[in-house]
Design a protein around this ligand. Structure first.
Ligand code: F6R
Length: 357
């Protein structure tokens, strides 16, 4: 039910703070601590390398999940697009664990990989939003994202939920391996939920940005570095799939290797900068595009902000900033599509669940 909302997408964006709090609750034990099932914990600990397999938005969550597993839990991790992995497998480690991320749990490309790795005797874990879905039934272990049904074709709350579950997996993984870390997923997710709420109360700002930057444009570029590069790929996907504006997410440093040729007077460029160690670099990239006529919309944090930035997020653990920085990108995409008269919840040519290869 949409309730007072005109679109499921906006409702689902607004649900994100509740979803994040719900995940914390679901994965907390009676002592208020996080502890995953022993079999999942051992599967992660025993693996010498994790292979994350996913498609679309779930793949983008996987990019962030990889960073969490490597940086917080010290586990070497690769991320692969399911349809690519299926026909072009990399060399595998001796004892891999496959992690499938899928909102629907039905994506045929993922299932193809699952069937294949099962035949080879490898263990698998599915992170999904749909209990009882094909991937959970066929893999060894499951972690649920508890985001509730996602109806809009463009995925929003499932993406942030997938990353939140990864933060819990990473925290548990760190502990299981005796890694001394101050990474506290429960605390961070609580801060994120509160900050998401504030962002969802600022819809007028996002609507104005969509109006000023995207109303008439034919294309739009998104740039970021490191974690912000992962989130801008998702921001570009959101915008293109519902507004039909050609949108691409690029690593800031790659611009000068080709894409900058496309910048014209008035081309919108959305830049995300949430990490201090690359802030100066991306600021340089922003100057490069602005000097060629681009209109820059900048999303930063209290730690990286400069005067004139359109959106300033509160400081949270840098490993988790995509959970927060994606919210304005989702809202901007929503309003851009709305202003352009698009069918927000049911974009042309797309299906919610892609059950053919
Ligand atoms: C984008 C979107 C798709 C899905 C992709 C994978 O908004 O919804 O890119 O993310 O089709 O779907 P799942 O996660 O169900 O495997």
């Amino acid at each position: 039910e949409k309730g007072t909302y005109n679109h499921f997408m906006l409702k689902e964006i607004d649900e994100q703070p509740f979803v994040i709090r719900n995940i914390v609750q679901k994965y907390q034990n009676d002592d208020g601590d996080i502890k995953l099932d022993d079999d999942i914990r051992s599967a992660i600990s025993d693996a010498d390398r994790l292979y994350i397999i996913a498609a679309g938005t779930s793949y983008h969550a996987g990019l962030v999940g990889k960073e969490l597993m490597e940086k917080a839990a010290g586990k070497p991790t690769e991320v692969h697009i399911a349809s690519e992995f299926l026909y072009n497998q990399p060399l595998l480690s001796n004892n891999p664990l496959f992690i499938f991320i899928s909102q629907s749990g039905e994506t045929a490309d993922c299932r193809g990989v699952l069937v294949n790795v099962k035949e080879k005797g490898y263990k698998s874990l599915t992170i999904t939003n749909v209990p009882g879905s094909t991937l959970t039934r066929e893999s060894d272990f499951t972690l649920h994202t508890y985001a509730g049904p996602e109806i809009a074709v463009a995925s929003t709350k499932a993406y942030t939920a997938q990353m939140a579950v990864f933060s819990i997996l990473a925290m548990d993984g760190a502990r299981a391996q005796g890694i001394d870390t101050d990474f506290d997923a429960i605390r961070e997710l609580g801060l994120i939920a509160n900050a998401m709420e504030t962002l969802c109360d600022q819809k007028d700002i996002m609507e104005q940005i969509a109006h000023d930057f995207m109303f008439e444009t034919r294309n739009c570029f998104f740039i970021g570095r490191a974690r912000d590069y992962h989130v801008v790929q998702e921001g570009a996907l959101k915008l293109k799939e519902i507004s039909y504006i050609q949108a691409e997410g690029f690593a800031g440093g790659e611009l000068k290797h080709g894409t900058i040729a496309l910048i014209e007077d008035g081309t919108p460029v959305v830049a995300v900068t949430t990490q201090e160690h690359v802030n100066l670099n991306i600021r340089g990239n922003i100057q490069e595009v602005v000097a060629r006529g681009a209109k820059a919309c900048i999303i930063s944090t209290e730690a990286t902000k400069e005067e004139g930035d359109q959106i300033v997020l509160p400081n949270i653990n840098e490993l988790l900033t995509p959970l927060l920085s994606v919210v304005p990108l989702q809202l901007i995409a929503y309003y851009a599509a709305l202003h352009r008269g698009c069918d927000v919840d049911k974009p042309r040519n797309l299906a919610k669940s892609v059950t053919v290869e």
